[in-house]
Structure formats: C-alpha cells, structure tokens
Write a protein that binds this ligand. Sequence first.
Ligand SMILES: [Zn+2]
Ligand SMILES: [Zn+2]
Ligand SMILES: [Zn+2]
Length: 148
Amino acid sequence: MKHENEHNHHNFAELLRSNGLKATPHRLRVLNEITQKDAAISQPDLEKKLGKEIDRVTLYRILASFEEKGLVHKIFDLNGTATYAICSDHCSENHHHDQHVHFICSVCNSVYCLAEITVPKVSLPTNFTLHSIAINAVGLCANCQKKV
Ligand SMILES: [Zn+2]
Ligand SMILES: [Zn+2]
Ligand SMILES: [Zn+2]
C-alpha cells in the first residue's frame, strides 16, 4: 500500500522495458488496470473490465508474463480466486521478494498487500521443497468498516 503512489507516477512503458517486456498497448492497459486501486485485482474483474479489448487467452498470457518477470504477484482470495498485485519490492525475473502478509476483507473480498509484515522463515523436513508461503490476515477493510 505504501508504494502505491510511487507506482501511479511510474512510467509504465519504462517499467515494462526494465523488466524485459515490450511495452505493447495490451500490456500497458493491463498494468494500468492492476494499479488503479490500492487493493489487488482479481482475474475475473480484469476480464470484466478488459474483456472488450483483450481476449481471455491474451489476458492470461500477459498476467503470466508479468508474474514471471517480477512485475506482479498472485494472491488467492477467500474464494480461491487469483488476484494480482503490483510488486512493491525489487522483484526480478523468476525472483519475487513479496514474502509479506496479505489482508483479505471478509465482506468485499478485497486483497491488500501488507508490505511491511514479512512472513516468517519456515524450516522444512529433509527432502521437502518450499515453493511459497501464503499468510492472510482476514477482517474488515476500511471501506467496509464505514458501512458497519
Ligand atoms: Zn514480486
Ligand atoms: Zn471490504
Ligand atoms: Zn502482496
């Protein structure tokens, strides 16, 4: 959340190029949509917003390339739906540093990065391989709090 303003002022084309991606109109469009709100955006919401301009397969490929190149990270919301948040740290290709806790609102299902709260180190039994750690704090977001 803290880095949101920085990203709004970012030159998206430059951001794409510095992550090894050509700044195509579709990629710029998707990146712009992902950074519209403080909260992460779900794949279905992106489809709804961009469906007329970008077909599903293309959108899927763009999101996969963003994730691979370290531009966005994926969080699963309370329904198990994939949501995407812009990477706040200096993530690079196949190397994400977004090991932070996410806040999920139990009313509106919005997902927020709590970039300051890092997940603990997990030591695994022999021959176990760690792929990711997901820790979610669940509660009421500020918007829903107002409506109570
Ligand atoms: Zn990342
Ligand atoms: Zn909410
Ligand atoms: Zn995050």
